[in-house]
Design a protein around this ligand. Structure first.
Ligand SMILES: [Zn+2]
Length: 131
């Protein structure tokens, strides 16, 4: 009585075919194309102190911020942005005011306002944090 047990297998390594990860190409639609590097889109500077326009202290209607602003100048229009990321046009502020008020060189940005907003920490990430 001979029992023959044949254990097949062993040493038969399964080769899992790793799914070929298709590298996503950084394709940018024409509508999102950034301007050429030497084209300055705008300037920005942080304004730590309360901002007073025609005798009225600016207060963010979203978060109630009274200071620590980011002032943006683009296409001769001045925008004010607070740490919570709320941004609005401030028609009382002119490019001349921008030039007078900025202390030191403003940050020139070439691509989009969003990039300079992020680099200066005004995209809401650092809300309430003073750098
Ligand atoms: Zn705000």
């Amino acid at each position: 009585m001979s029992a023959v047990n044949r254990h097949s297998g062993g040493g038969e390594a399964e080769k899992e075919q790793s799914a070929a990860e298709a590298a996503e190409s950084m394709w940018v639609p024409e509508s999102l194309r950034v301007p050429s590097p030497d084209e300055i889109v705008g300037q920005a500077f942080p304004h730590r102190d309360p901002l007073v326009i025609t005798g009225i202290t600016v207060i963010c209607q979203d978060c109630g911020a009274r200071e620590d602003w980011l002032i943006l100048l683009s296409q001769r229009v001045v925008h004010v942005r607070c740490r919570c990321g709320h941004e609005w046009r401030e028609p009382e502020l002119t490019p001349a005011w921008f030039e007078e008020t900025k202390r030191g060189p403003a940050v020139e940005y070439h691509s989009s306002a969003e990039s300079v907003v992020q680099s200066l920490g005004f995209d809401g990430t650092f809300k309430g944090i003073y750098l």
